[in-house]
Structures are given as C-alpha cells and as structure tokens.
Design a protein around this ligand. Structure first.
Ligand code: ATP
Ligand code: MG
Length: 512
C-alpha cells in the first residue's frame, strides 16, 4: 500500500566548504503527523530544513510534494507550496510592529493602497483560534522571545501554510510556554497540518511526535515510530553510545566567599519598576549556586548588573575581596569573572569574526597572544585548535570558520570553551546548555562540576528545573526582582520550588 506522504526529501546532499552538512538524507513526512528531527549539534538538521524552505539548493537529491517532484528555488516557492518555517534564530524586523511583521511581503492591497484592517482582522482571528496571544501593535524589540515566537507561528498561519517547520522552537521558551506550544502543535495536527519539529529534548519528542528521523554527522540513521521506542534508544541512535542523564558529583567543599552581592538594585526597561530590588547573596568557591525562577523575574537584569552590561543603581559587588561595583566589563573579566551569556548572538560572539578570533576576544592583548601590538597568529591558532578539539566544537573549517555559519549548538559550545578555559574565579553561566544535544549537555555539566571541584565559584541561571535540581548545591528563587527563598536541592522538591517561583510562597514572611 502506498503511504500518504505530503513531503518527500529523497537522497539530499548539501555541501559547505569543508563539510557535507547533508549526505544522502531521506525524510518522508506523512500528512497530519508530527515528525521530529533529532541529531547532535551540527548533524545537519537546520540545513535539511533550510533546503526544504528554499534557502539552500542541494547538490543532489529531489523533493516531492504529494508524490510529484517540485523545485524550491527560494522561500517564495516554499510559501507557494504551503511550506512555512520558524527559524532557530528568529527572522523578525525588530523596529516593526507585530502586525507589520506578520503581513510583510503579503500585504493586502486594493488599488495600490494598503488595507491594514483586513490583515489585522485575519491576524486576530488566527490568534484567537489557535490561542496564540499577541499584541498586534507592539514593537518586536519590546516583546518577550515567547511572544516573538508566536509572531513567527502566526506568520506561517497567515500565509495558509500546511507544512510547518519548527527549528528548535522550545530552546528559548519557559516550561509553561513549552506546554502551550505542545498543545498548539496538537491542534495543528488535528486540522490535518503536517509538522516537522526539531528539538534536543527527548521528553518533548516522546510527548508530541508520531515519528522521528535521526541524523548523525550529516547522514540519515533511520526513522522510528515513537510508540515503539524509548528515550534511551533515541539518544543511542543519535550519539552512537549510551548517555547518562543524571549528574554525578561529590559533596561540595566550600571555600571562601568569591562573589558578594550586597543590596543590589538594577533598573528595569519595560516597566518603570526596578527589575532587581535590594538583592543580597554570596557565592563561595567550590559551590554551584543556582538562580531559579520563571523568565522575566529579574534574573537577566541581575546578571547584566553583575557582569557590567548594565549599571546598578544601588548596592555593591565584590569579587574575591575587590570592589567591582563600578568596574568596566573588561576589568571584571581580568579580575576573574567569566560569563556564558543568555543571548549568544548579542553578547557571546562576533558573528562575522572567525572562530579563532572569537576564542581570544577578551584576551588578545595578553603577552601569549600579542607582541608589540601585533597579534601572534600562530599562537591564537594553536590555542583555538586546542579548545575546538577539547570541547568538540564542530564546524566546516575549524579555527577559520566564520562564527555565523556554525550550527547554533556549536556556537554555544565555543562560548563555553572560551569562558571555562579563561580559568575564572567566578563563572556566571546563564542557560549554558540551551540548544545543546544530550551528549554535549552531559559533557558541559561535567565541566561545570569540575570547575566547582577545582574551587571555583559558579553562579548558574537556569529556567530548567531538571538542570537546577541536578547541578546546584544551593538554590535561590527569584520572584519579581527579589530573592524569595533559599533551598538545598537535596531536601526540596520541584513542586516546592514551583510555589515560590509562582509567588505563592515567600520565606521569612508568608512561610509556615
Ligand atoms: N551557511 C553555512 N556555511 C558554511 N557552513 C555551514 C552553513 N550552514 C551550516 N554549516 C555547517 O553545516 C553543518 C550542519 O549545520 P546545521 O546548522 O545544519 O546543524 P544542526 O543539526 O542544525 O545543529 P544544531 O543542533 O547545533 O542547531 C555544521 O557543521 C555547520 O558548521
Ligand atoms: Mg540547528
């Protein structure tokens, strides 16, 4: 019996300088299914989806829609075929409103005049029907990533797309938003839309997908029915070995206070209120302290204040006994602070620099990399090659690869390598494993624990409670700009943390 495939990608090969990103890959999408695409960082998932969306032309292979071959030369062709895509790094015009972004390129016009009301009506209807809450008049630069993603989804629906590609949509979402998105996907499926879904989170695949295709180093490993598989089998297919999900660590050996945060207040941008209010805590050497909380409760601003990206309006910061309240970012870095930032594109990398130049961004002036004002290119290359090797940063051309062309997860691995290898006294790690595959997460968690065991202070900011519970020695919960509770992960539960994160409880006052 012939199967009902809406899209078939047959024997696709796509090469980039130095690498076959897709090597004879076949993927068949059934009508009305959620089809997951799984693979390590750099396995070729985004590339394969970009081929389907017309962004890249494959060297070999063909694409069929409803059984007949089609040519997809650009995203307009993809749109005409009903194919839409939400990219790993969103593609919205920041200074445009939500509505303008959604209708961009397909504006309703009559006699040469824009009919914005028609677009607004359609957007509001779609938003209502699928539970995608957005404010049509807000500027993209002012709204949360969660809402930006809803805008991207509405863009596809506005164009009446039937085949929806989601490239790591959940990497940037809070757990609550992830549940909502899963529900939205189920809704699409009920209406007969077909979905391609890239994620590194196996739980999500088990929860919504019907089938899963696995890629490894550009090659198709196989397609499995989710009903007949397990998380363990999926990770084995993907990495080629068993992956350990739990983090093993010895009890913490506490050293001296490394970071001291005293009555710190950081202003907010969105509302008039301060984003962080009168927060105080210490992080000692040899411990991992985690700031937990629902996104938007001041964690981002607190980290900006600590790392010097934003000026604090009140309070003091001390790093290893030295007052750094007013120190520059470079000074803080020199004094032993490392920072794995929340937004890797904005604060982590210079995207148009090579990988090696990114690796020495905060150190190129050191004698080992510079003499008499000239960069020692050989030394930089050697250093970068070592980090690439040690942290398994995959790309087409190694040290000379332009950061922009690297896969999202490998960009992240490069930043982590650089920040840990600086041998800091304090490591501030914000969502360090965002976008990493399960094998890479296992490795990075081990590195963070190793830093702590070498006596370093680690401040971890994470939205993922699994990571919080697994990795930290002490948990501080933030709610509306304040620290509302302190917990020992060994004696608390996810449910208990949840109550504090939601503001239902607060230590010292309403507690007991
Ligand atoms: N435009 C490009 N130019 C050069 N090389 C590229 C380009 N796009 C991707 N690559 C390379 O192709 C390989 C596959 O990248 P791709 O982005 O498809 O990986 P991925 O599976 O999506 O990984 P991740 O999970 O990290 O997002 C990577 O090694 C990457 O460096
Ligand atoms: Mg990708």
């Amino acid at each position: 019996m012939a199967e009902d495939f809406v899209i078939e990608m047959l024997h696709i090969t796509k090469e980039f300088p130095g690498i076959k990103a897709n090597d004879d890959v076949t993927l068949q999408l059934r009508r009305g299914e959620v089809h997951a695409l799984l693979g390590e960082n750099g396995a070729g998932k985004s590339t394969l989806m970009s081929v389907l969306f017309g962004l890249y032309q494959p060297e070999k292979g063909i694409i069929k829609k409803n059984g007949s071959e089609v040519r997809i030369k650009d995203p307009n062709d993809a749109n005409d075929l009903g194919i839409g895509m939400v990219h790993q790094h969103f593609k919205l015009v920041e200074c445009f409103s939500v509505l303008d972004n959604i209708m961009l390129g397909v504006e309703p016009c009559k006699a040469g005049f824009l009919q914005k009301d028609i677009a607004r009506k359609k957007v509001m209807e779609l938003s209502e029907r699928y539970g995608l809450r957005v404010d049509p008049d807000a500027l993209i630069s002012d709204i949360s990533v969660g809402m930006q993603q809803r805008v991207e989804i509405l863009k596809m629906l506005y164009r009446d797309n039937e085949i929806l590609i989601f490239d790591e949509p959940t990497a940037v979402l809070t757990p609550q938003e992830i549940d909502e998105l899963m529900e939205i996907m189920r809704g699409f499926k009920k209406e007969g839309k077909s979905i391609l879904f890239i994620t590194h989170k196996l739980n999500e695949i088990m929860a919504v997908a019907d089938r899963c295709t696995v890629l490894r180093k550009g090659k198709g490993i196989g397609t499995v029915e989710i009903a007949n598989t397990t998380k363990e089998e999926l990770s084995r297919m993907m990495v080629g070995r068993d992956v350990q999900f739990a983090v093993e660590k010895a009890p913490a050996k506490l050293g001296d206070v490394v970071l001291s945060v005293c009555n710190v207040t950081v202003p907010g941008h969105v509302h008039k209120k301060d984003a962080v209010r009168d927060v105080s805590f210490d992080v000692r050497g040899g411990e991992i302290v985690c700031l937990a909380g629902i996104e938007g409760n001041g964690q981002t601003e607190l980290v900006y204040g600590l790392t010097g990206l934003e000026k604090i309006t009140h309070g003091t910061l001390t790093l290893d006994g030295k007052d750094i309240t007013h120190a520059s970012i470079r000074q803080r870095s020199k004094d032993g602070m490392s920072h794995i930032p929340e937004d890797r594109h904005k604060h982590g990398l210079v995207l148009d620099y090579s990988l090696e130049n990114n690796m020495v961004l905060q150190r190129y002036w050191e004698p080992q990399f510079q003499q008499g004002g000239f960069i020692k290119k050989g030394a930089v290359r050697e250093y970068s090659d070592r980090l690439i090797q040690q942290y398994d940063v995959r790309s087409g051309q190694g040290s000379v690869t332009i950061a922009r062309s690297m896969s999202g997860g490998n960009q992240q691995k490069a930043i982590i390598a650089r920040e840990i290898d600086k041998d800091p006294k304090l490591l501030v790690a914000v969502q360090p494993t965002r976008g990493l595959d399960v094998g890479a997460i296992e490795y990075i968690h081990k590195q963070i624990v190793a830093e702590r065991d070498r006596g370093k202070a680690v401040l971890l900011v994470s939205l993922e409670l699994d990571e919080v519970m697994n990795l930290s020695d002490r948990i501080l919960v933030m709610y509306e700009g304040e620290i509302v509770g302190e917990f020992d992960p060994k004696t608390t539960t996810v449910q208990e943390l949840g109550l504090y994160m939601a503001g239902a409880k607060k230590q010292g006052k309403e507690a007991q």
